[in-house]
Design a protein around this ligand. Structure first.
Ligand SMILES: NC(=O)c1ccc[n+]([C@@H]2O[C@H](COP(=O)([O-])OP(=O)(O)OC[C@H]3O[C@@H](n4cnc5c(N)ncnc54)[C@H](OP(=O)(O)O)[C@@H]3O)[C@@H](O)[C@H]2O)c1
Length: 293
């Protein structure tokens, strides 16, 4: 039977390119978007380009943990198992700190909390697979821009868009390696979790983010040298489909190879602190509690 894959943020850019490549390989693809019309248009485009009918769509605004819960409940009702979860949706915000309706800083909400909650809620489906993969799309910005403040995780005091984005991808990487360790501790060997950096990719990423005149200009120029969404999606598709992925669960990949993560701010205590912090935050918007993790 064909494997089922859910990919978030598949209405454009890297996510859409990955969804198309997986549809071409015969996977049952569930694409996620936040806007029903745009998501349906992407679904039709992927079906036409792949010649593969088994592409369905789901929608949720990942700024809203309530909406994430609704989407995951619908997916749980629709499919009996999930083989691959690709937490791809993410983004860079603007120079003014913005919060979601639920009170979370937006960069943190979409890049950290949403994938954290989706993974928790869909773990029951993933565990049913013989060989499940969770692929979290991170960024080398965790090396370039992160400067976490452990008493101010959502940067209420010293917000800066690149710092917030770098921190978010660093926390995503820590949460992924923490999850991998928990799965191993629980003897769950059929679910592996990875992070990856797609390279600098010419997508809608950062296009609407007002970083200020200088950075806006530099990022516009730099886009001429970026790789295509297809090339950006390559390592995602590789991690989803390759039988013998080198390295171990929890690793970070660049161009199909395990790569070094930043160790600058890492301690096991800080990793645990961020994990606990995320657990605490998602519990403020409905209880996440499941029978594992
Ligand atoms: N492009 C790069 O150079 C680069 C480099 C490193 C890492 N990344 C990472 O790669 C991933 C994909 O980005 P991309 O470059 O393909 O950018 P993109 O073209 O802007 O795609 C982002 C996707 O995420 C969705 N999304 C964003 N915020 C959302 C929200 N609140 N709720 C639901 N969906 C939301 C977008 O939906 P809409 O279509 O509705 O906006 C879109 O489908 C991100 O995690 C990004 O951080 C990108």
């Amino acid at each position: 039977m064909a494997k089922t894959v859910l990919i978030t943020g598949a209405t454009s850019g890297i996510g859409k390119a990955a969804a198309l490549q997986l549809a071409k390989q015969g996977y049952q693809v569930i694409i996620h978007g936040r806007n029903a019309k745009k998501t349906e248009a992407a679904r039709q485009e992927i079906i036409t380009a792949s010649g593969h009918e088994h592409v369905s769509a789901t929608t949720a605004d990942l700024y809203s943990l309530s909406d994430v819960r609704r989407m995951c409940a619908e997916i749980q009702a629709q499919v009996s198992g999930l083989d691959i979860l690709i937490n791809n949706a993410g983004g860079l915000m603007g120079k003014e700190r913005e919060i979601t309706q639920e009170g979370f800083e937006k960069t943190f909400a979409v890049n950290v909390l949403a994938p954290f909650l989706i993974t928790q809620l869909l773990m029951g489906l993933l565990i049913k697979s013989d060989d499940a993969r969770i692929i979290n799309v991170a960024s080398n910005s965790h090396q370039l821009n992160a400067k976490p403040a452990f008493d101010d995780v959502q940067l209420k005091k010293q917000y800066n868009p690149l710092r917030s984005y770098g921190n978010a991808k660093l926390f995503l990487i820590w949460n992924t390696q923490h999850l991998a360790a928990l799965l191993e501790k629980d003897g769950i060997t059929n679910v592996r979790a990875y992070t990856m950096h797609p390279g600098a990719v010419a997508t809608s990423f950062g296009v609407g983010s007002d970083l200020g005149p200088v950075l806006n200009f530099v990022s516009k120029l730099a886009r001429f040298f970026f790789r295509s969404p297809e090339a950006g999606a390559d390592t995602i598709v590789y991690l989803a489909t390759e039988k013998n992925v080198p390295g171990k669960s929890g690793d970070y990949f660049v161009d199909r190879k395990p790569a070094k993560k930043s160790t600058r701010y890492f301690t096991p205590q800080r990793e645990q602190l961020i994990w606990n912090y995320c657990l605490g935050q998602i519990d403020t918007i409905g209880s996440h509690r499941q029978s594992f993790l």
